[in-house]
Design a protein around this ligand. Structure first.
Ligand code: FAD
Ligand code: DLZ
Ligand code: SF4
Length: 513
């Protein structure tokens, strides 16, 4: 007889599982379930499914090794109900359990499903706080209370003090909170740039091999390339991958944080988001290790501060915003964007080289770095006016690190301004000039980044000015958009009319671009 079932979700498979705290292996059965409903709620990349399943299976092995009784349900097991609540139902009946515990799910959808199941089921049901995050939900809600606008920078400073990270005698290390201004260098051409070693890659073991077989067979239509599959799937390997980043990439992380290059999928980024998000790495430990690298003289402050800000600041901040604003947040469409997502977001087949490169990398790796997500695919969706829900669904599926609590605020809040500016002071809209400044994409593009209208003009250019003009009513009152409107109004009306005509034609058939 088992008193208690502890359900462990696919993004809770690290060394620390909060719902197991205070339980004992004798009276507890741990349940992990590969289910069709979690595979199918978004158009998942094959690599993401493989990552989650393999990490789940390795987690089950570790738990068994530590003496826990584990029920592991595979996707192709006969009798698999296809849903998390169906599997809970089966486990409760099979073991006569009286209690069910789950670490707080990361997504509103999953939490609601489990909560309503728990209300109906004849068991004592409880969520356990997910203390793998550094700001609990109550702390964030309290911080946000009575603030007219939510600005990450102030939250971040509070988090630095609270966790004593990069602090010296109560002041920020080096005298500044933020070294972003130093972090905008373009990547020099090969031969003239520091060596980029990329993420550490792992050869699939037998467990991962079985998962790859399963994904090949049962998720044959999944987006993207399943192989080569090189992700870490255990806490040990994720730590090795992070140590590799600290040694080879962190020193340059700051300088080239915003840089994009056609021959470099990863630049100097850490490629750890998928590991942190499923629990294989501890976010606080990552920040402390990065700080140590600076204190030991192995990485400059602008790099380390930039890295810590992403994890201690942005990652915790967007989670706070998500739980503060859900469920309405998913429906927001402040700029009334109404175009369908073009097919080239899936195929990568477009003449716009920047989009082709960003989507190609996404298909290969289930990864694109921040500036590709924000200033290429996100910026295009913003300028073209693509429906936020369709854009969000794409981001939620195609990236290995995508879970709605982090994906949605980044898409709806940061990239699309669909929330009307809950935390972004203005839309991150940019013309081709920005992409040209930060990448080498434009050189090899069929479009001319210097032209603003006509057949060969860079679509980002005319779509940008059309975006500014089309959203005048909503955005002109925004103080930070004033200059944009003054620039628009200074232009020759005929030039503006030509750009708007090009934009209208393009927006009528985005797939023609
Ligand atoms: P690095 O550049 O090395 O940064 C270090 C870490 O900081 C990341 O691993 C991540 O944990 C954290 N981080 C950095 N930026 C952010 C951010 N804006 N929000 C939250 N955490 C951040 N990140 C996700 O984890 N999942 C998503 O689904 C996701 N969707 C995004 C969608 C859009 C439109 C945009 C603009 C950003 C999105 N991000 C998302 C944030 C960011 O792009 C990724 O975290 C980052 O690219 C992951 O790569 P990395 O590990 O190499 O990060
Ligand atoms: C992403 C994912 C996938 C593809 N499959 C499963 C699964 O079969 N079983 C499971 O427990 N979790 C899966 N996950 C992760 C969940 O979607 C994730 O736990 C929720 O989205 C909450 O963040
Ligand atoms: Fe992208 Fe325009 Fe540059 Fe082509 S010219 S790569 S479409 S920004």
């Amino acid at each position: 007889m088992t008193d208690r079932i502890v359900l462990v979700l696919g993004d809770q498979v690290g060394a620390r599982i909060p719902a197991l705290d205070g339980t004992d292996p004798d009276g507890t059965r741990v349940l992990l379930a590969e289910v069709a409903s979690e595979v199918g709620y978004a158009p998942h990349h094959a690599k993401k499914i493989a990552l989650v399943f393999s990490a789940m299976r390795h987690c089950a092995e570790r738990l068994r090794g530590d003496g826990w009784q584990v029920d592991y349900v595979r996707l192709d097991d006969a009798g698999n109900s296809g849903s998390l609540t169906g599997e809970l139902e089966r486990a409760v009946a099979a073991h006569g359990a009286r209690e069910v515990r789950v670490t707080e799910p990361g997504e509103w959808r999953v939490r609601e499903g489990l909560r309503t199941w728990g209300e109906r089921a004849d068991v004592d049901f409880a969520f356990v706080e997910d203390d793998r995050f550094l700001a609990d939900r109550a702390f964030f809600a309290n911080w946000a209370k009575n603030r007219k606008t939510l600005r990450m920078e102030y939250f971040y400073r509070e988090m630095r003090r609270r966790h004593d990270l990069l602090m010296e005698d109560g002041a920020p290390a080096g005298g500044e909170w933020n070294y972003d201004a130093d972090n905008r260098r373009k990547l020099p051409p090969p031969g003239k740039r520091p060596r980029i070693s990329g993420p550490m890659q792992f050869t699939p073991d037998a467990i991962t091999g079985e998962v790859l077989e399963l994904v090949r067979e049962h998720c044959a239509d999944a987006f993207g390339d399943l192989e080569p599959f090189w992700f870490a799937v255990t806490p040990g390997d994720a730590k090795r991958a992070f140590a590799h980043f600290l040694e080879y990439s962190l020193p340059y992380f700051g300088d080239y944080q915003d840089a994009m290059a056609a021959d470099e999928d990863f630049v100097f980024h850490s490629i750890i988001s998928m590991y942190v998000n499923i629990g294989l790495l501890d976010p606080l430990e990552c920040c402390r290790r990065a700080e140590e690298a600076w204190r030991d003289g192995n990485a400059p402050l602008n790099a380390v501060e930039g890295f810590v800000r992403q994890i201690l600041g942005w990652r915790e901040f967007v989670r706070g915003v998500y739980w503060l604003k859900m469920p309405d947040y998913a429906q927001e469409n402040a700029l009334a964007a109404d175009r369908p997502l073009p097919d080239f977001y899936w195929s990568g087949e477009t003449d716009m080289r920047c989009m082709r490169e960003a989507i190609g990398a996404t298909r290969r790796n289930a990864y694109a770095h921040h500036i590709q997500r924000l200033m290429v695919t996100g910026n295009f969706a913003l300028l073209a006016g693509i429906r936020p829900a369709e854009v969000a669904d794409w981001y939620l599926g195609v990236y290995a690190d995508a879970f709605e609590w982090v994906e949605l605020p980044n898409v709806a809040g940061m990239a699309l301004f669909a929330d009307g500016g809950v935390f972004a002071s203005k839309p991150y809209a940019a013309s081709g000039k920005y992409i040209d400044r930060m990448s080498d994409y434009c050189k090899g593009c069929r479009y001319d980044v210097k032209a603003s209208s006509g057949e060969d003009a860079c679509p980002f250019n005319y779509l940008y000015w059309d975006f500014v003009a089309r959203n005048r009513e909503t955005l002109a009152g925004n103080a930070r958009m004033g200059m944009m409107y003054r620039n628009l109004d200074k232009q020759d009306p005929e030039r503006v009319a030509a750009m708007r005509a090009d934009a209208e034609r393009a927006r009528a058939d985005l797939d023609a671009l």
